[in-house]
Design a protein around this ligand. Sequence first.
Ligand code: MG
Length: 310
Amino acid sequence: MESPVRTAYQRDRDRILHSNSFRRLRGKTQVFIAPAGDHYTTRLSHVLEVSQVARVIARALQLNEDLAESIALAHDLGHAPFGHAGQEALDHVLEGGYRHDEQSVRVVELLERGGQGLNLTRDVVDGIRTHRKPRHDVMGVTAGQPSTLEAAAVKLADAVAYINADVDDAVRAGILHDGDLPRRAAARLGRTRSERINTLVCDIVETSAGRPQLALSPNVLAALNELRDYLFRAVYTNAVVKREADRSRHVVTELFRYFVAHPEALPPEFREDPRQEGPERRVADYIAGMTDQYAIARFSDLFVPKVWPV
Ligand code: MG
């Protein structure tokens, strides 16, 4: 609805905020799957952090803060349960592959509001679409070019947020200890989370002011990439994290196979195929929308024998 007091981007933000997919983000995690602790990062806290960082950058650079906020809040709506493990499993089983950025676009264009989508502005949808996270470089040569500077701000804010949150979560989980971080990167970026975020945000603003592109300075970018590579070595490939990731992949793969073989067991909205993409694509939509706990519950319903009630 047109409003005399809300801009189109603010309206987009409100539509995203009130969507079911947004609410489910609190039940999705990234590195630590369905953690028992209440203080671990969830997708919901992650997108709120990304949104805050992106807004600070946007405001300082006199970009459109509302546009940055909307892209940030929507950028992870298509994340599968169990973080990257869930995404990998879907990517493996679905013909044509699965990517969470593409899925986020499906969520806002096709899946929300009973198949109507959220009818967002093109700038927000483009910002979601070009939000692709490359493996080795936070600036990403392999990534699609962001269509707006606000989308570029979100992309950088995402890296700032998740790298720092993953460090915190890894310390919380006892996988890392304060002082384990690579010394050079810690010296350049800061020893605490708030120091590091401040260094990164200030660097982005200083480096990008008056330029046609957003960027980190070469030294700070190198330090951030070093920290990221360190996380890959020390955390994402940690034996316990990997074991849980393997189990998660198993859950997603078995759910996928089951619902492809039993489409009648899908919720009614996923039995319809408005774009004629085939049942596998709809099964992937259903599974991608699940929270960690919901996926575990469905798996347990379908594959784990029940104790006979006395
Ligand atoms: Mg993200």
